[in-house]
Design a binder for this molecule. Sequence first.
Ligand SMILES: Nc1ncnc2c1ncn2[C@@H]1O[C@H](COP(=O)(O)OP(=O)(O)OP(=O)(O)O)[C@@H](O)[C@H]1O
Ligand SMILES: [Mg+2]
Length: 115
Amino acid sequence: MLAKGATRSVFRVGRWVIKIPRIYSWGHFLLGLLANLQERKFSRAEWSELCPVVASIPGGWLVVMKYARPLTEKEWKGMNVDQWMHREDYSIPVEPKINSFGVLNGNIVAIDYGS
Ligand SMILES: Nc1ncnc2c1ncn2[C@@H]1O[C@H](COP(=O)(O)OP(=O)(O)OP(=O)(O)O)[C@@H](O)[C@H]1O
Ligand SMILES: [Mg+2]
């Protein structure tokens, strides 16, 4: 187990993570399913700013995403989140907090995304 989010449990398997809705309450479980559905959907756009979903089960039961290492404090402080999120033609649907981001192949990516 890598982390317990508010709505999903996250397991690391080598270069990947597996996200599964938590079941401690019905509401959180539904939100976990929705979060997985959103990541599956947004990932299909293949924006380089989004950590890719590489496999998923329809319905939001599970997503497999690439593992992106956490940001250091220094990287987070040096990041202009507003500028990062709001591009000229589009915005990245991510909550501006440190644990929504990771580093994949040297680039900052969103790991928890959806509108
Ligand atoms: N692709 C990833 N690579 C590395 N770690 C990840 C990845 N996705 C999630 N994690 C880890 O798992 C934690 C919880 O994941 P995530 O934020 O997607 O779930 P959540 O249920 O939406 O939780 P939260 O309430 O924190 O938003 C993240 O803060 C991060 O530590
Ligand atoms: Mg989240």
